[in-house]
Design a protein around this ligand. Structure first.
Ligand code: AMP
Ligand code: MG
Length: 330
């Protein structure tokens, strides 16, 4: 018999609710991204957004799925990593629902959820995953019951770098899409720090340098072009090494920055060179949303990975490789 999980996401700027069945059908997926008029994301303001809009978003998700709360069998929530105030608001909503409906509560790792929803969509079994978003930049592969982080940013995430540079150039959050449009018109490459350290990378130096180029009057489209080519080139290098090392035959691109077509093109080339299949997660499942939490909740539930409300404290620093993945093989 098929069961239905309500997944609630709220680690950072977005609050989302999605319903997914144990057959892997996404029944609904509703979210709203907090986008301040100016400036970046303040954790407390974002958490207020979540508590103000959360009930409406959950109601819409239930309605769009064509079910009632009585049809929901499980509640899953994004337990971490993320911003403390946002996580706590989200967890409070999830606990309340689980208690009220007397159904199991499941704490989901946000990064693992990005991988699992990508695997559901692509039917990939064991990919190297490039997870790029506002708060995370990681190259991940499964080994020995954990999703191992093969490489990651040592300072800021790629999306954060794009958004911060964009803000400096007068763009509203999130700036990634605007930068992509500008970059298409760019022709002249200006050197920026290419900072790959072993399997890790760093984006803060290139952020400073890109801001400098902009303030020196280099055309915005050329700066955006240079930022993209450098930032994506760095990612391609560590992804390629992860594929070469693990010999895995699938490359998955996920997270909000996966919406970028140039990055997709570059990584598709990496996969091709290594005879690996490539999949870019569809935009509606790439960013932060509830369906990925719901689907991972179902996978965890099937192996008994549920938590008691009293032990469901949030984990703001929960690492991708800090969770035993009980639903995958050795
Ligand atoms: P997430 O944190 O996964 O919800 O993703 C949000 C991040 O994705 C923000 O940093 C956005 O700037 C970034 N983003 C969204 N669309 C694009 C795009 N087309 N190119 C680059 N970055 C993007
Ligand atoms: Mg994310």
């Amino acid at each position: 018999m098929s069961i239905v999980c309500l997944g609630i996401e709220g680690t950072a700027h977005s609050f989302g609710a999605g319903l997914v069945s144990s057959k892997g059908e996404v029944l609904s997926n509703v979210w709203d991204m907090f986008s301040p008029e100016e400036g970046g994301i303040h954790p407390r303001e974002a958490s207020r957004h979540h508590s103000d809009l959360g009930p409406k978003i959950i109601g819409e998700a239930i309605e769009k799925a064509g079910v009632t709360f009585e049809n929901v069998d499980l509640i899953a929530f994004s337990r971490g990593p993320g911003l403390g105030p946002c996580l706590r608001t989200t967890a409070t909503v999830a606990r309340t629902l689980a208690l009220k409906l007397s159904i199991p509560l499941i704490g989901v790792n946000h990064c693992v959820a990005h991988i699992e929803i990508g695997c559901l969509e692509s039917r990939f079994e064991d990919p190297v995953t490039v997870y790029v978003s506002g708060g995370n930049t990681q190259v991940i592969a499964y080994a020995g019951r954990r999703f191992r982080t093969f490489g990651e940013t040592l300072d800021i995430a790629i999306g954060n770098m794009l958004d911060t540079f964009g803000r400096e150039a007068g763009m509203r959050f999130p700036a990634g899409p605007r930068i992509e449009i500008e970059a298409k018109q760019g022709r002249n490459y200006h050197t920026l720090p290419y900072s790959v350290k072993g399997m890790d990378l760093s984006y803060s130096g290139m952020l400073t340098a890109a801001k400098r180029l902009h303030s020196e009057g280099i055309p915005l489209n050329d700066v955006c072009f240079s930022v993209q080519e450098t930032a994506f080139g760095m990612l391609a290098e560590i992804s390629e090494r992860a594929i070469a090392h693990t010999k895995k035959k699938e490359l998955l691109l996920t997270g909000g920055v996966a919406r970028n077509n140039r990055l997709t093109e570059i990584l598709r080339g990496v996969a091709k060179r290594h005879d690996a299949k490539f999949h870019r997660v569809t935009p509606s499942l790439a960013g932060d949303q509830g369906a990925m939490i719901a689907w991972t909740g179902i996978l965890q539930y099937q192996v008994g990975d549920v938590i008691e409300v009293a032990e469901s404290q949030v984990l703001p620093k929960w690492r991708t490789d800090d969770q035993d993945i009980l639903w995958r093989g050795e």
